[in-house]
Design a protein around this ligand. Structure first.
Ligand SMILES: [Zn+2]
Length: 491
């Protein structure tokens, strides 16, 4: 393919492809190219693909019910309501199936490969077909036709979902091999929270290789703000942790999305993929408040793309979807609910994972000599810390919830191995707290893993209508390719 430098030459390319008389006429007169935005003829110059990793319909709806409940509570309103997210207000709604080549329940690598290449593959594989053939990604094809490419995530930049757009590996676990592909990849901007190697430490070798290839390596928000259009950027910001635990100055998906539009805007247009990877992680943890906070942050990024869209409405396409659902989340739970309903989640000030990491692990070590056996009660100081962090009083809990916490406390103190399916291979006591908080909010979970249910698809802008209806995730790749005027490989 060749690099386009002007909109007029873009239209020449389109004329060759579409052979329509009107566009051929446009090629004869360069001015017509300036007057006829790309979005008008079934193509899009600026393409956003948002992937809420693990974001099923329940994750979206829980967030919308929570937003309304918190608002109503502060205004003394008692009737139920829903406060729709930006993504729900996009005009085109559909859903897509997510199964992989190897399983009804996909992982992020296989589903990401479907979104990035149009091919189903085995769980774990990164933009390769099951017979280990690497297949071109939308990022690579966009780059080849002169678009700038941004791949943005709030989890490590070489994790499955970002990787499938720029790398090819047999296994998503080959972190170092994936990271080493960055230097020669299609990306103009790659952003994530980390870049681990196979030993799970920062992959300095891959970073050095990327820098040698011309990447500017930045590690925080201020450094990224200093980057200018034309810079090829590798942004690795470790402070980008869970929203519930994050410091205000930390990088956000919305900031990254806004900065990406500034860095990548140009005559050739761009393809930007934004992944909210932590919706998946909070789903795996069955942490309801943290899930809602991550969905809200994802939606803030969609809102940032909408700011760009409003300036370029006929040339911009925004597609929002997910790779699969995580947690089997539902908005019904048989546990005793809080009088505040789902608004009680506003009183949770940390993920239970962070509570475990910064408080409970140390508390356990300091207090293990006091624990004498499985009949011990939870000490008052631990109860107080739980009440302060998660916003409930022990006296407001139901009998079964107290029993659940007491049992999990003993399992944690006694270092009882995980009962299959009970604690999701995590520390028992914090998981039980998360379960109780979810019950109080009226939220249920069926698994610590992924579920096979169909996920939402939302779209607005140029060619958005093509993303409505009930489709398969591979169709999203095919339709994106068509509107970007690139050709996915076919076997
Ligand atoms: Zn995923």
């Amino acid at each position: 393919m060749f690099r386009r430098t002007r909109t007029a030459t873009t239209l020449c390319l389109l004329a060759a492809i579409t052979l329509t008389a009107a566009i051929i006429a446009g090629c004869a007169d360069p001015n017509i190219g300036d007057r006829t935005p790309l979005g008008h003829d079934g193509s899009a110059k600026y393409v956003f693909l948002f992937v809420g990793d693990g974001m099923g319909p329940a994750q979206v709806h829980a967030t919308e019910v929570y937003r309304a409940a918190v608002h109503n509570q502060s205004h003394g309103v008692k009737t139920p309501d829903v406060a729709p997210l930006v993504l729900s207000r996009l005009p085109v709604h559909g859903a897509c199936t997510t199964y992989s080549w190897s399983s009804q329940t996909t992982d992020s690598a296989a589903s990401g490969t479907a979104l990035a290449t149009g091919f189903k593959t085995n769980n774990g594989m990164v933009s390769m077909t099951p017979d280990l053939t690497p297949v071109a990604t939308l990022g690579e094809l966009a780059k080849a036709r002169g678009m700038k490419v941004g791949i943005i995530s709030d989890v490590p930049a070489n994790h499955a979902t970002p990787a499938v757009f720029y790398a090819h590996q047999e296994s998503r676990g080959q972190y170092h091999e994936i990271a080493m592909q960055i230097a020669d990849s299609c990306v103009d901007l790659l952003a994530g929270s980390s870049l681990p190697n196979n030993e799970r430490t920062l992959d300095l070798e891959a970073i050095a290789k990327a820098e040698a290839a011309g990447f500017r390596y930045v590690t925080n928000r201020a450094e990224l703000d200093g980057c200018r259009p034309g810079d090829r950027v590798l942004s690795i910001t470790p402070a980008m942790t869970f929203v519930t635990d994050r410091k205000p100055e930390a990088q956000t998906l919305a900031n990254l999305t806004r900065k990406a539009t500034e860095l990548l805007d140009g005559p050739g247009g761009f393809f930007i993929m934004v992944e909210a990877g932590r919706i998946d992680w909070t789903g795996h943890a069955n942490d309801a408040k943290a899930t809602i906070d991550e969905v809200q942050a994802f939606d803030d990024a969609v809102a940032a793309a909408m700011e760009f869209y409003r300036k370029h409405p006929t040339e911009t396409l925004i597609v929002v979807t997910a790779d699969h659902e995580t947690g089997g989340m539902s908005l019904a739970s048989s546990g005793k609910k809080s009088l505040k309903g789902i608004a009680c989640l506003a009183d949770q000030t940390r993920t239970y994972g962070k509570f475990n990491e910064v408080f409970f692990q140390a508390w356990k070590v300091a207090n293990e000599h006091l624990w004498s056996g499985a009949a011990d009660n939870i000490p008052a100081d631990l109860k107080q810390e739980v009440e302060a962090t998660f916003g409930f009083l022990w006296d407001d809990l139901g009998e079964k919830q107290v029993a659940l916490l007491e049992e999990a406390y003993d399992d944690s103190m006694g270092a009882v191995p995980d009962v299959p399916g009970m604690y999701g291979k995590r520390e028992a006591f914090p998981v039980a707290i998360g379960r109780v908080v979810s019950q109080r909010a009226g939220i249920g979970w069926t698994t610590f893993g992924h579920s096979p249910m169909a996920v939402p698809v939302r779209a607005t802008g140029a060619c958005a209508y093509r993303f409505g209806g009930f489709i398969d995730n591979t169709q999203i790749a095919h339709r994106l390719a068509e509107v970007m005027r690139v050709e996915l490989q076919r076997k």
